[in-house]
Design a protein around this ligand. Sequence first.
Ligand SMILES: [Zn+2]
Ligand SMILES: [Zn+2]
Length: 349
Amino acid sequence: MTSLTAIPAYAAPAPKAPLERTTIARRPVGPHDVLIEIKYAGICHSDIHQAREGWGKGIFPMVPGHEIAGIVTATGSAVTRYAVGDRVGVGCFVDSCRECEYCEQGLEQYCVQGTVATYNGREKNGEPTYGGYSTHLVVDEGYAVRIPEGIGLDEAAPLLCAGITTYSPLRHWNAGPGKRVAVVGLGGLGHMAVKLAAAMGAEVTVLSQSLRKKDDGLRLGATHYRATSDEATFEELRGSFDLILCTVSAPLPLGSYLGLLRVDGAFVNVGAPEEPNSLNMFSLIAGRKTLAGSSIGGIPETQEMLDFCAEHHLGADIEVIRADQINEAYERVLASDVRYRFVIDTATI
Ligand SMILES: [Zn+2]
Ligand SMILES: [Zn+2]
């Protein structure tokens, strides 16, 4: 049995400090908990935002990681969903109130009391949470999902954030046959959005700053790839799309993008710019358009997404790294120099 009081991990000891090897304690396995031996943890851009306090004050030491894939190695006495040996994943949250109207609908991500974040959060008893850059995790079985056979645990890890963050709005706004979907940005989120929207049957266009990743975009399932640095793109594609899924966190000229929508089209943001944006309301009124946002997905939908990915043989495009390469990987993420997600092999911690 693993000692839960000295679990190897990589942590940022202070804001903006490089991550380094350390050990952390996990809670004892309770009746409803599973112990997961983490195999792979994805590096999400939000790990960097939080470790560097780009979104506000953090809890340190911080063990990031909310794209977690591993194997169940122990179960509590009351656990019914999982058994030792099961392949499981954990995403962006590890608990919620469990009784509000959204939790009851399986929309835990919108829990009125807020979710307990997988890291940089606090359990209901006030203990800090530590994420996936570690070898083991204890979690309530209700907040784990099953990773179907047919998806490698390494390529599955990023699905727990990048996958569900794009799957949920694509489903909500009915991406599918006959629908024209534009994906803004071809990074960790964008590359999954292209794969998922294409697998759902939509006609996909990538809108990227340049044509640098055009070959990748078409290989991932896009039919068209256009540069937003080219003014002609906005004129030629005017009124083209049913849905625009924006995965970038840079502030965009919203009016220009809303002009690309058809009547009743929606522009949905999953990227999180640090600065507010302004909008002329006429760009919504003309064409009955929607400007919306979307946050990850609930537990049932995350399971649905994983099953969908297995059925369509989809995983993330990944670059597997050792734990001692995390700091270097952070710099490369910031430079958009990754195709398309770094995944830490946690055996190297
Ligand atoms: Zn994330
Ligand atoms: Zn709730």
